[in-house]
Ligand binder design. Structure first.
Ligand code: MN
Length: 198
């Protein structure tokens, strides 16, 4: 059973004006799809075939093809889900309480998350993770993610992540990563972030 490209939970143009339709099409149909193709090729007819994407990230990231392409598949699948044309605003539900207890308040959390995203040199991701009863922010290089051991807290359950590869924002925002990060918060689906709590 090989991995397949998941449909977006909305139309490619649904996140405009925050993320433009062309960026979404290229990002989803070409970049994400290529990670899946390369992942399938890497694990075909090996002992890794049939493992879940979480298992591959947690236990097989020493395999560089799995690390890069499995990470790419996991990360992008999460990214599409935590965005919504009806997103934005203040956090809701249990995540709101956990943000307040872990970071003081939403504004302080937002500043810390933006700093993690802004200071990730080159390509990578910034993350908000559940670690037991609190939340932590971290960032990862390339297509690494917090499930992979030895990068963030090894108990991390990723709740939300922002893709800061240039392919995620360059058409609209050019080099202005900070404006893209602000736009991300306007389409962030807090309901889905809550759904990811364990
Ligand atoms: Mn990407």
């Amino acid at each position: 059973m090989s991995f397949t490209l998941p449909d977006l939970p909305y139309a490619h143009n649904a996140l405009e004006p925050h993320i433009d339709s062309t960026t979404m099409e290229i990002h989803h149909k070409r970049h994400h799809n290529l990670y899946i193709t390369n992942l399938n090729n890497a694990i075909e007819s090996s002992s890794l075939e049939g493992l879940s994407i979480e298992d591959l990230c947690k236990n097989h990231s020493d395999n560089i093809a799995v690390r890069n392409n499995g990470g790419g598949h996991y990360n992008h699948s999460l990214f599409w889900e935590i965005l919504s044309p009806n997103g934005g605003g203040d956090p809701t539900g249990k995540v709101k309480d956990m943000i307040n207890s872990s970071f003081g308040d939403f504004n302080n959390f937002k500043e810390k998350f933006k700093t993690a995203a802004m200071t990730r040199f080159g390509s990578g991701w910034a993350w908000l993770c559940q670690v037991d009863d609190h939340l932590e922010i971290c960032s990862t290089a390339n297509q690494d993610n917090p499930l992979m051991p030895g990068i963030c807290n090894d108990s991390s359950n990723p709740l939300m992540g922002i893709d800061v590869w240039e392919h995620a924002y360059y058409l609209n925002y050019q080099n202005k990563r900070v404006e893209y990060i602000d736009a991300f918060f306007n389409i962030l689906n807090w309901e889905e972030v809550n759904n990811r709590l364990k």
